[in-house]
Design a protein around this ligand. Structure first.
Ligand SMILES: [Zn+2]
Length: 206
């Protein structure tokens, strides 16, 4: 049986591509305004297509502009959408990569964090297969933490935040089902590199 460690070399990078991720190149990308320097933010998202259905392959199709918009009624509302993330981690913890991390993926939209706007310019986007409000699998946290560590070897990462933190009021992912404490513990990075704790009275569901 192939383990995560077997598939995950000590130096996992080939340029901005991660060797352990299934590579599916997305046309939805551009150059970063400063040539890829100063990438200091990892943005965590959640997505599933149709929402709440896992393992359909539709997220990979969306990010590569190959989704059949007529395949499900939900897709009518997102018809023509051109988006991408650098990475997608499915429910089994398997990582997929769509955009070279040196390049700009289209995951954040209008956003503001750590005093800077347009977070797509200088962040790396990681989508977790999931649904806002639901929890995530241990294998997803494991792969996410490993990816974050590897990304931080290549880029000067100083912050990890959710889409909900960089676009508050507009986005809710990854949502209350994502346990930031688990990720922080796995990474053993300082608390100040993570989003402020949720307001009291809104404990994450388990
Ligand atoms: Zn998002």
């Amino acid at each position: 049986m192939t383990t995560l460690d077997d598939a995950w070399p000590a130096d996992p990078w080939e340029g901005g591509w991660h060797c352990a991720a299934h590579r599916l190149e997305s046309p939805n990308h551009g150059v970063r305004p400063e040539g890829g320097r100063g990438i200091d933010l990892i943005v965590v998202h959640s997505i599933s297509l149709p929402p709440g259905e896992f393992g359909t392959g539709a997220v990979q199709q969306l990010f590569t502009n190959t989704l059949d918009w007529n395949a499900h009624p939900y897709y009518q509302g997102i018809r023509g959408l051109q988006v991408s993330a650098h990475f997608f981690i499915d429910r089994m913890g398997v990582p997929w990569q769509f955009v070279n991390c040196d390049l700009r993926a289209w995951h954040a939209g209008q956003s503001f964090y750590r005093g800077r706007a347009q977070c797509n310019d200088d962040s790396i986007g990681i989508e977790l297969e999931g649904l806002e409000g639901l929890g995530f699998e241990a294998a997803q946290y494991q792969t996410l933490a490993r990816l974050c560590q590897d990304i931080a070897q290549r880029y000067p990462i100083a912050h990890v935040a959710g889409h909900e933190h960089i676009a508050p009021g507009r986005k809710q992912d990854p949502g209350r089902g994502f346990d930031w404490a688990v990720l922080q513990k796995a990474l053993d990075w300082p608390r100040h590199q993570f989003p402020p704790a949720a307001p009291s009275g809104t404990p994450p569901p388990h």
